[in-house]
Design a protein around this ligand. Structure first.
Ligand SMILES: Nc1ncnc2c1ncn2[C@@H]1O[C@H](COP(=O)(O)OP(=O)(O)OP(=O)(O)O)[C@@H](O)[C@H]1O
Ligand SMILES: [Mg+2]
Length: 308
C-alpha cells in the first residue's frame, strides 16, 4: 500500500480536513477597472512572464513592528503563490519565535542548526541550513529562539547591519524571490532585513490603531535607505484582516488609501478563520484550501508583486 503524501498524513494526525467552504466559484481573472476592496478601480496587472532562468533574487522584507498583523501569514502564502507562477522562493524566518517555520510544519525547537548559526558562526554556510518545504520550489531558512541571542551578539560586530546580506549572498542566484519574515520590532534584526532588502512589504491590519506606528516604520526605512541601503524602496502596503461587511473595516481601508495612495496593493486579504487553520495544518493556504478566497487573494498579490 502506498503511503499518503506528508501533508495528508498530517491532516489525518490532526483530524481536521481541508474545506473549501469559502470557495467563491471559478478562478475568474479580476478585471481592471472594476471596483476593488480598496474602494478604487483595480489597476491592470499583466500576466506574469515565464522565466527561462532563475535569479538573481529580489529580496523583500515583510515588516511591521506591530504584532499580529499578518507578516508571517503573508510571507508563507505570498511565497507559495509565487512558486505557482514558476518562481523559486526562499523564505527566511527572521523572528526568534519561529512562527514561519511552524507554519510550514517544521518544529523549530528540534533543529540543530538555524539561521542563527549562519549569522554567528563563520563555519556554517547558508546551504547547510536551508530546508525544503512541502511546496515545490519553496525553501526555508528556519530560525528558533537561538536567534534572540544574535541581536545581542551582533552589536559588537563590524558591519553588524549587513550580517543578513552576507548570509544570503551565496544563494542569491538560486532564487527569484527571498522573503524575510521580520519580528515585531525595529531592532537590529529588522534593520538587517531592511539593509539586505530591495523592497519592503508592509502588512497593515484593517483596525483602528493600525496606522499608529507606521510613521515610525517609514522613518526607519528612510534612515536605512539614507545610511545603509540606497536601493531600498516600499514595494507595497497590504491591507490584511479586512472585513468588507463592516463599516469600520471599510473606513480604515479608506484612511489607508488616503494616506498611502498607489503604494497600497489592490489586493486586500480578508479576515477568515482559514488562516489560523493553515498554521495548525503546517502548510500554505494555496495547497491547504487551493480554491478558497484566501488562496486566490494571495495569488493576486503575487501577480502584483511580480509586476512592481
Ligand atoms: N487574514 C486573516 N484572517 C484571520 N486571521 C489571520 C489572518 N492573517 C493572519 N491571521 C492570524 O492572525 C494571527 C497573527 O498572524 P501572523 O502570525 O501572520 O502575524 P504576524 O504579524 O506575523 O505576528 P507577529 O508580529 O507576532 O510575528 C495568526 O494566528 C494568524 O493565523
Ligand atoms: Mg510573525
Amino acid at each position: 500500500m502506498s503511503t499518503p503524501p506528508q501533508s495528508q498524513q498530517r491532516r489525518v494526525e490532526l483530524n481536521i480536513a481541508p474545506r473549501d467552504s469559502d470557495d467563491d466559484g471559478a478562478d475568474e481573472p479580476l478585471v481592471a477597472g472594476t471596483m476593488g476592496p480598496t474602494g478604487r478601480p483595480r489597476r491592470h496587472i499583466p500576466e506574469p512572464s515565464l522565466l527561462d532562468r532563475h535569479g538573481p533574487a529580489r529580496i523583500l522584507a515583510i515588516c511591521n513592528q506591530k504584532g499580529g498583523v499578518g507578516k508571517t501569514t503573508s510571507t508563507i502564502n505570498l511565497g507559495a503563490a509565487l512558486t505557482e507562477y514558476g518562481r523559486r522562493v526562499l523564505l527566511v524566518d527572521f523572528d526568534p519565535q519561529g512562527a514561519l517555520s511552524v507554519g510550514l510544519g517544521i518544529p523549530p525547537h528540534d533543529l540543530e542548526r538555524t539561521i542563527y548559526n549562519v549569522l554567528i558562526e563563520g563555519s556554517v554556510g547558508v546551504r547547510d541550513v536551508v530546508m525544503r518545504t512541502c511546496v515545490d520550489d519553496l525553501d526555508l531558512l528556519p530560525s528558533n529562539i537561538d536567534l534572540s541571542a544574535a541581536e545581542v551578539q551582533l552589536v559588537s560586530e563590524v558591519g553588524r547591519e549587513h550580517s543578513l546580506m552576507r548570509t544570503l549572498r551565496p544563494v542569491l542566484d538560486d532564487y527569484d524571490f527571498i522573503l524575510v519574515d521580520c519580528q515585531p520590532s525595529l531592532g537590529l534584526l529588522t534593520v538587517n532585513a531592511l539593509t539586505a532588502a530591495d523592497g519592503v512589504l508592509i502588512p497593515l491590519e484593517c483596525e483602528y490603531f493600525s496606522l499608529r506606528g507606521v510613521a515610525l516604520l517609514i522613518d526607519t526605512i528612510d534612515k536605512v535607505r539614507d545610511r545603509l541601503n540606497p536601493k531600498l524602496g516600499i514595494t507595497g502596503i497590504l491591507a490584511t484582516m479586512f472585513d468588507p461587511r463592516t463599516l469600520h473595516s471599510r473606513e480604515v481601508m479608506a484612511r489607508v488609501v488616503e494616506a498611502f495612495g498607489d503604494t497600497v496593493f489592490d489586493t486586500a486579504i480578508n479576515r477568515t478563520v482559514r488562516f489560523p487553520e493553515t498554521t495548525v495544518a503546517g502548510e500554505p493556504i494555496t495547497t491547504w484550501a487551493p480554491r478558497s478566497a484566501g488562496a486566490k487573494a494571495y495569488r493576486q498579490l503575487a501577480r502584483e508583486v511580480i509586476a512592481r
